[in-house]
Design a protein. Structure first.
Length: 124
């Protein structure tokens, strides 16, 4: 599923019978930081979204699933309205990382411990 913002709607008086009563909305794909990404597209609305709302949508064959068993000619469908997006921030360079000399000391200590364990096992 993908994120988008509803930026408009489409009015169509002549359309496939299976689209009667279904709302067509114009979406602007966005990333997790809500920045515009890619070209706008038209999607069928299955959840009652409105202008300015952030939604998630699917594309391809799955776009017709919200209306199953009815066969709807859809390439994209809005399947949810987003309340909020939580994104874990990546740590900056060096944040949360040990200094090389500390890693080396810990590695040497583990190696010495392994050697001592092997010697104890060999005695028994």
């Amino acid at each position: 599923m993908l994120l988008a913002r509803v930026v408009g709607n489409v009015v169509s008086t002549a359309k496939n019978d299976s689209l009667t009563g279904k709302k067509l909305l114009i979406l602007q794909p966005i990333d997790a930081q809500r920045q515009d990404r890619g070209a706008r597209l038209i999607a069928l609305d299955s959840v009652g979204a409105g202008a300015g709302e952030t939604v998630y949508y699917c594309r391809g064959r799955e776009a017709s699933f919200p209306w199953y068993p009815e066969e709807v000619p859809a390439d994209a469908a809005i399947v949810g309205i987003v309340d909020r997006v939580n994104v874990e921030k990546k740590p900056g360079p060096g944040v949360g990382r040990q200094k090389p000399e500390i890693r080396r000391q810990e590695s040497e200590a583990r190696s010495q411990e392994k050697v001592a364990t092997r010697r104890r096992r060999a005695k028994n």
